[in-house]
Design a protein around this ligand. Structure first.
Ligand code: NAD
Length: 477
């Protein structure tokens, strides 16, 4: 018996959760549950996180969480509960299988069968944002080696266990050579440990375009958080309906399972929503907790209902579907088909022991880290880079001003008049001979800047690691 936590959520949440739980019960899933309240009512009671202490306790105690969609009230101050839960529980992998059920559910892509594995904790979702000048705000994109290793290894282990033949990586390392570059580098390193699985890499823009056009050329796709967020929604949508896909958020200790869609307030309370997304998430949950037989029984019953054309409104098509059903009637149809296998769609077979452990991250031996300079960021309302350079050169102290960029483009020395400049200037100080910099030079530069009346908003040290430059050059440098 596995004790899980259940949240019925908002909007269509209670309807689709009741349908899902009725099917789990009828299929003899060996589970019990604690129900918690999260979402809209909790937000509106004044809790800006949408989740209270008791709910957290249940989620952390049971470690397996089946969650219906919740409504995030509009307006400032309400934090995304999904992001909070994923990050607080270390649910690093978001797994979203999307396949088509042609000809039973309309899709332009009859052959597609793709699993998107999205990194869930890092990247721009670290949520570290600052306004630095009147004109400029920044969001830090954090990519870490442990984060990349965990997600990439998860993707290859997933491929091996679920008999997938290829893992593709989507990145933008032609532009972000250090952040996306690290993700890509780790992908190539780990791919060599799985010679039985094919691997390839795509620049995310063309990769996403090809995916939208020819999803059948992809199998498993692994990608950083933001690209994963966008690509996984495209993938679900082109498979037929957002109402169909389930998703698993997997961590070392805990896991959360949910439909990919939201609370659909436009159709809430009408008993017309498709419960399939949440049901398929529940099937992933049963696999996760080792109840493969029940998972298989439910999924095959669901496939039988789908191929018989017993459809909810979102997927109902004249000439293809045979019967339009409500949410609860759909659940009854699945229950009636428990024990049936689909005749036209391939039945699923889940083998025992599909859980796998991600090896713990082992820190590499320390690299030789050498300070090579500092980028000093200045809030300055002028527009003549030469004038700013003249003032900055007065700060030289063991290290010299070597370059100024504005929005990453070199504007000094030898900038172009056409380059548009904001009030946010990156001013690089290095040793002219390229040698190691004494860290004490940095506070000297900062105190000289105060004397000079320059508004420094932050500094960023420039390091080499084992002789490799750990910072980007200016565009045009
Ligand atoms: P949505 O996914 O709720 O709805 C988009 C469209 O798809 C609507 O027309 C809806 O009727 C339809 N739809 C969604 N699920 C369906 C289903 N199961 N069956 C039939 N039709 C379905 O997206 P939205 O309208 O942008 O968001 C509504 C609310 O949901 C917002 O408050 C948002 O913050 C929240 N949301 C929550 C989650 C979550 O809890 N995981 C995810 C996304 C959005």
């Amino acid at each position: 018996m596995t004790r899980i936590t259940v949240a019925k959520g908002d909007g269509i949440g209670p309807e689709i959760m009741d349908a899902t739980l009725a099917i789990l019960k009828a299929a003899d899933a060996n589970i019990e549950w604690d129900e918690i309240q999260i979402g809209k009512q909790v937000y509106l009671s004044g809790n800006s996180s949408g989740i209270g202490g008791e709910a957290w306790e249940a989620i952390r105690r049971n470690k397996v969480f089946l969650k219906a969609p919740i409504t995030t009230p509009q307006g400032q101050g309400y934090k995304s509960l999904n992001v909070t839960i994923r990050k607080s529980l270390g649910l690093f992998a978001n797994v979203r299988p999307c396949n088509s059920f042609h000809p039973f559910i309309h899709t332009k892509h009859p052959e597609m069968d793709v699993v998107v594995i999205r990194e869930n904790e890092e990247d721009l979702y670290a949520g570290i944002e600052h306004q630095q000048t009147e004109e400029v705000v920044q969001c830090l994109k954090l990519i870490t080696r442990p984060g990349c290793e965990k997600i990439v290894r998860y993707a290859f282990e997933y491929a091996r266990i679920y008999n997938r033949s290829k893992v593709s990586c989507f990145v933008k390392d032609n532009i972000m050579k250090h952040t996306d570059g690290l993700f890509h580098k780790v992908f190539k390193e780990i791919a060599t440990e799985y010679p039985d699985i094919e691997s390839d890499s795509w620049i995310v823009d063309i990769g996403a375009a090809r995916l939208a056009d020819q999803p059948e050329i992809f199998d498993v796709i692994v990608l950083p958080n933001l690209y994963g967020d966008i690509v996984s929604d495209i993938t679900a949508q082109i498979s037929g309906s957002v109402g169909l896909a389930g998703t698993a958020n997997i961590g070392i200790e805990s896991a959360m399972f949910e439909a990919i869609h939201g609370s659909a307030p436009d159709i809430a309370g009408q008993n017309i929503a498709n419960p399939s997304g949440l049901l398929r998430a529940a099937v992933m949950m049963l696999n996760h907790i080792g109840q493969q037989e029940v998972a298989e029984k439910i999924n095959n019953a669901w496939l039988s209902v789908i191929e018989k054309g017993i459809h909810t409104k979102d997927i109902f098509r004249e000439g293809v579907s045979s019967k339009l059903v409500s949410t609860s009637e759909f659940a009854e149809a699945v229950i009636e088909h428990l024990g049936h296998k689909p005749e036209n769609i391939e039945a699923v077979i889940y083998s025992k022991g599909v859980q796998f452990e991600i090896p713990k991250y082992r820190r590499k031996p320390s690299a030789k880290k050498v300070l090579k300079g500092v980028d000093v960021f200045v809030d300055w309302k002028g527009d003549e880079a030469n004038m700013l350079a003249g003032r900055l050169q007065k700060l030289n102290n063991g290290i010299q001003l070597s370059m100024i960029t504005n929005r990453g483009v070199k504007v000094w020395p030898n900038g172009f008049d056409e380059t548009f400049c904001t009030d946010h200037w990156r001013c690089r100080f290095e040793k002219l001979d390229g040698g190691e910099v004494d860290k004490k030079s940095i506070p000297h530069i900062l105190s000289n800047a105060i004397e000079e009346g320059l508004d420094i908003i932050k500094t960023e040290n420039l390091y080499e690691f084992n002789g490799e430059r750990g910072y980007s050059l200016g565009q045009g440098q």
